[in-house]
Design a binder for this molecule. Structure first.
Ligand SMILES: [Zn+2]
Length: 306
């Protein structure tokens, strides 16, 4: 990124002002449609309905989460949407630092080679190393999608509504509100100047990124309609009169097409009240299960020691 990051690196390499030439390529991705959208739900629950409309398009996608714990909740939510069976574990995969290395390698291989492997849920930090050319959609981490320039990628960054007001406060305070997330903080990530500028940006996102990264190809600072771009960003989309087409990921041919996701039906909130009395979990049953689990834990610890 131009500015202090570049000048710091140049200085540490011993490059002096006016004594070297720097060649810079544009990092704009004309084959990726960028979206920055507010979440309609919080990230603290068990349901993530904002993901569904992207997954229904049956394209290979990676969902980036801030923490391993959030990865698990998203993973369980997606598994529950799939028909029961072994395909569940192929269709949705986890990829983070706590998975075994061979398991993570298998996940990347499945995403490359298995048409039934559709979604990877990964942590932002660990998923930085991804280089999956077949990846078509990326949710939360825009830079890792559309590596294959012959395909059309889609990058979706879903932001908690509170982040917009945090960004405004951050900029209003001149950046002094920056802090690491605390245990009591609901925020999963820290605010920084670029992020705050992106969240408060009212115009075209591609023009904004081009200015931020110093990309100066012809028309780089024009908006997606004025230029025009084939894939307008979410800020320019309301003024776009063409049609956006995202091709399906290759799936097995034949009568059984992969249609794994469906919009979940709202569950009756009083479901527990209709549960037959003899299948309810009683206090006595709970304490018996606790004792069994404790016993099992001790046996596992003993086996590990031996
Ligand atoms: Zn735009």
């Amino acid at each position: 990124m131009p500015g202090i990051s570049t000048s710091t690196i140049c200085k540490s390499l011993g490059f002096q002002q006016g004594m070297f030439h720097m060649y810079q390529r544009s990092n704009e991705r004309p084959n990726v449609q960028f979206n920055l959208l507010p979440l309609t739900h919080t990230l603290g629950g068990e349901e993530f309905p904002d993901l569904i409309k992207y997954l229904l398009s049956n394209r290979k996608a990676i969902i980036y989460c801030a923490t391993i714990e959030l990865c698990w909740r998203v993973y369980i939510f997606l598994l529950r949407l799939l028909p029961l069976g072994p395909r569940q574990l192929i269709c949705v995969r986890l990829y983070h630092a706590m998975c075994w290395p061979d398991e993570n390698e298998r996940t990347v291989a499945l995403m490359h080679d298995d048409p039934m492997c559709q979604i990877i849920v990964a942590t932002v930090a660990f998923g930085q190393g991804f280089n999956v050319r077949t990846l078509l959609d990326s949710i939360q981490q825009a830079g890792r999608v559309g590596r294959d320039l012959s395909t059309t990628g889609r990058a979706v960054v879903l932001v908690q509504k509170a982040a917009y007001s945090s960004a405004e406060k951050y900029l209003a305070s001149g950046g002094s509100a920056s802090r690491a997330p605390t245990k009591t903080s609901k925020s999963l990530t820290t605010m920084n100047n670029e992020k705050a500028m992106m969240l408060t940006n009212k115009g075209c996102f591609i023009a904004f990124f081009n200015k931020l990264f110093g990309n100066n190809t012809p028309g780089s600072t024009l908006d997606c309609i004025a230029l025009p771009r084939r894939l307008p960003c979410s800020a320019c989309l309301p003024r776009f009169s063409g049609s956006l087409v995202f091709e399906l990921s290759p799936l097995p041919s034949g009568p059984e097409r992969l249609r794994p996701f469906s919009v979940p039906q709202p569950q009756p909130t009083t479901a527990a009240a209709y549960r037959p009395k003899n299948s309810r979990l009683m206090r006595k049953m709970r304490s018996a299960a606790d004792a069994e689990l404790r016993n099992f834990g001790l046996q596992v610890q003993k086996l590990e020691r031996d």
